[in-house]
Design a protein around this ligand. Structure first.
Ligand SMILES: Cc1cc2nc3c(=O)[nH]c(=O)nc-3n(C[C@H](O)[C@H](O)[C@H](O)COP(=O)(O)O)c2cc1C
Length: 362
């Protein structure tokens, strides 16, 4: 490593991820429903990262429009995130192939071999989420081109295991395809640590919500800027008979009411007023439309403020390019510090500048 610039050292560390994504920095902008639309996605790709459109519940026609609009805003590569349980998944896949989208992330559930095959036959690189080593191996056998491992610190739907443990379990074992690490990443130092452990790149969501180009409502952004790590909590399940898919979001009136609703619905089930199926549906219905209400309408009280624990490192609204530049500068400073440590140049070391602190509300 001696003698090369910090950027050259960093480029070597994430070369595999850069090549796979076709961009300058192996930093994926994690797809966030309602937030990751044309403007933020194009800004991330134009800034040297890799933007990913969130299809969410869009129809095939809407997705097609969104891809075309994003293409108008950037000539750089970007991907599309599809939810595997979407009732029109096959038509959405056809839209991605028609538009010659380079990369599709299949999220939400284990994808089918048929979906993977169709995308690959259509010339699309397929990525998917691996919440455990056994699933990572299975997805690799199924032909997925790259994996994302996302820990419990992340915003949105989360698994039970932390990013640091998933990384230790999966990165040393899965070498044949690139692996991107997500969940809780807010600074460049963390990016370098995962790259050194064998990751090809990272995926970041929360840190991009308050980008100037993000269309999230000012009240949604304000809630992020005010919040500390401990305000981003995973939803709680009250009764094992009524499963709740954990979602990490900022605590607000909705998260409190969700507990009351569960209590009340479960009581009606035990009194015989509701069947188990009816009760489960009432619980699931609670969050319908809640993310849109928060992101688009700015309802920070009864909407869902999905956010990861790295929200504590979001201190202001900033242009996307500046966020990427900061992350890369922190990563470069880290590789340079490591090089000097190895060279025994300890006297020259200084740690990276801290994230501006803010009052945690929790
Ligand atoms: C508001 C919000 C919405 C999200 N929506 C989706 C989604 O639609 N599909 C998906 O695969 N992941 C979704 N995620 C997860 C992100 O793509 C990303 O993996 C995650 O934010 C990374 O962790 P971090 O928030 O700690 O950076 C969402 C996250 C947030 C914060």
């Amino acid at each position: 490593m001696t003698g090369s610039s910090p950027r050259a050292q960093l480029d070597r560390l994430w070369q595999r991820g850069r090549e796979f994504l076709g961009c300058e920095f192996a930093i994926m902008g994690g797809a966030m429903s309602w937030v990751s639309e044309r403007h933020l996605v194009a800004a991330i790709s134009n800034g040297g990262g890799f933007g990913v459109l969130a299809c969410g519940s869009m129809t095939p026609a809407l997705l097609s429009e969104e891809i075309a609009a994003t293409e108008q805003l950037t000539r750089q590569p970007f991907g599309v995130n599809l939810i595997s349980m979407h009732p029109e998944l096959e038509a959405l896949i056809a839209v991605c192939i028609e538009h010659r989208v380079g990369h599709v992330v299949l999220a939400g559930a284990l994808p089918s071999t048929v979906s993977i095959r169709r995308l690959k036959d259509g010339g699309v690189r397929v990525m998917s989420f691996a919440p455990a080593l056994a699933i990572a191996r299975k997805l690799a056998r199924m032909g997925v081109d790259a994996l994302i491992i996302e820990g419990n610190e992340a915003g949105g739907h989360v698994g039970p295991v932390s990013t640091s443990v998933l990384a230790q379990e999966i990165l040393p074992e899965v070498r044949d395809i690139p692996v991107f690490v997500a969940g809780g990443i807010g600074r460049g130092e963390a990016i370098v640590s995962y790259l050194e452990m064998g990751a090809s790149g990272v995926q970041i969501g929360t840190r991009f919500v308050c980008a100037t180009e993000s269309i999230a409502h000012p009240r949604f952004k304000r809630a992020f800027i005010k919040a500390g790590a401990r305000d981003a909590v995973a939803s709680v399940q009250l009764d094992p008979r009524f499963p709740v898919i954990p979602v990490r979001a900022l605590a607000n009136e909705a998260t409190r009411r969700f507990l009351d609703t569960q209590r009340e619905v479960i009581a009606r089930y035990y009194s015989g007023e509701l069947t188990q199926k009816e009760a489960q549906l009432e619980i699931e219905h609670f969050w319908a439309g809640a993310l849109r209400r928060a992101v688009i309408d700015g309802d920070a009280e009864t909407g869902s403020l999905m956010a990861g624990q790295s929200v504590g490192m979001v201190t202001q609204e900033q242009p996307t390019k500046q966020i990427l530049t900061e992350l890369v500068a922190q990563a470069e400073a880290t590789v340079e510090r490591r090089r000097r440590q190895w060279a025994g140049d300890d006297a020259l070391l200084s740690v990276g500048s801290p994230t501006e602190t803010k009052e945690a509300t929790g």
